[in-house]
Design a protein around this ligand. Structure first.
Ligand SMILES: [Zn+2]
Length: 374
């Protein structure tokens, strides 16, 4: 296979118009905004966009229980589930509702991460913003995630020549599904920074998953300065020392200030900085999406992630075609108010700097000592 080192963006038209239901946090468009916004910014060079294949059930069985995959297919065909299926697989619930593409949509996101593992066999950079569904379990859904594409993507990378994989997760939530996937696995390093006292309530500071994980729960209000401190003191030195053959970054967009589901206070500069800093640490780099429930901040963040991977110049004010994409978004969430002008006209947020809290400093110090970095 000949290596094409130019970054690739994986998307699909299936995300356009697909919704978990009008009342669900995932009623909003996300990946379709990224597809439209990156095009409007002139950031999709010929050959860089790859339509995502839909994973076949057999490919999902690499980690998921065949009975569960079959239940998702049945739920899509029937538009409903019986009580036993709901109880056994956690689908047809408030968090994980039945919706028209309940099998096809997650199987497409998983297909993208599986394909990424193959395309990265000889190295390169791929962004799959539909990926990052880190709460999916082998036999049940969790936290809006039906399948676990990060686990499937890591398994695919390993089938295609990457032995050691570093997984870095900067979503506001702990990746409980990925932790289940690689607990005790010496060739996978899982690093997660997530908001403390928040669902799924796993990923405690002391929790090492048999030596495979480093978890840093952080307090509400985490700012860019604190995030950059964590990156420089903990995440980057750990990944560098691990010398991975591949890095998978789950770049959840729910850790920014405007997100309605969490209470962290980052700007998207935190994410862009992490995306750029991890790039030189491995020959294979897969950047996924994840959470993110404000249509403007999600679309801007993942578009900016792609621009960062591409090395594109980020304009202070977006061109009119891109502004049109942002102005066309709407959000039915009550009591949230109109988005600011900056969300309509920029990609990069103003930085949200601040003091480094005592707790963050102490916990990073604890982990540095425990991991032999200090
Ligand atoms: Zn999240």
């Amino acid at each position: 296979m000949t290596a094409d080192p130019a970054p690739k963006l994986i998307g699909s038209e299936i995300y356009r118009g697909s919704s978990y239901g009008s009342w669900h946090p995932l009623a909003i468009p996300r990946v379709s905004t990224v597809m439209d916004l990156t095009r409007a910014l002139g950031w999709v060079p010929p050959g860089s966009y790859i339509p995502s294949p839909r994973a076949k059930p057999a490919a999902l069985h690499a980690w998921h229980d065949p009975a569960y995959v079959a239940a998702l297919q049945r739920a899509e065909a029937d538009g409903e589930v019986d009580e036993e299926t709901r109880r056994r697989h956690d689908i047809g619930t408030v968090s994980n509702p039945i919706f028209p593409e309940i099998y096809r949509r997650p199987a497409t996101a998983a297909g993208g991460s599986l394909l990424a593992g193959e395309l990265l066999a000889t190295g390169g950079v791929i962004h799959n913003p539909a990926g990052g569904t880190h709460h999916g379990m082998p036999d049940r859904a969790g936290g809006f995630c039906y399948l676990n594409d990060p686990v499937l993507g890591i398994l695919s990378l390993r089938r295609n020549g990457a032995r050691r994989v570093a997984y870095v997760d900067i979503d506001a939530h702990h990746p409980d599904g990925v932790a289940v996937g690689f607990s005790g696995e010496p060739d996978v390093l899982m690093i997660s920074v997530h908001e403390e006292k928040r669902w799924p309530f796993t990923g405690a500071l002391e929790d090492r998953e048999g030596g495979s994980a480093v978890n840093l729960p952080v307090p509400a209000g985490l700012n860019d300065t604190e995030f950059n401190f964590i990156a420089g003191e903990l995440i980057l030195p750990l990944v560098e020392r691990f010398a991975p053959d591949a890095i998978v970054l789950q770049c959840g967009a729910d850790a920014v200030q405007e997100d309605p589901l969490s209470r962290l206070a980052l700007s998207n500069n935190a994410h862009f900085g992490m995306v750029a800093a991890l790039r030189p640490l491995s020959p294979r780099y897969l950047v996924l999406g994840g959470g993110g429930y404000n249509p403007w901040t999600v679309g801007r963040l993942w578009s900016g992630v792609w621009g960062t991977l591409l090395g594109a110049e980020m304009p202070d004010r977006v061109p009119p075609e891109a502004e049109e994409v942002l102005r066309a978004l709407s959000w039915s969430r009550k009591g949230r108010g109109a988005p600011t002008e900056a969300l309509m006209t920029t990609i990069r947020d103003a930085p949200r700097e601040g003091p480094i809290g005592e707790r963050v400093r102490a916990d990073v110090g604890f982990l540095r000592r425990r991991e032999g970095l200090a």
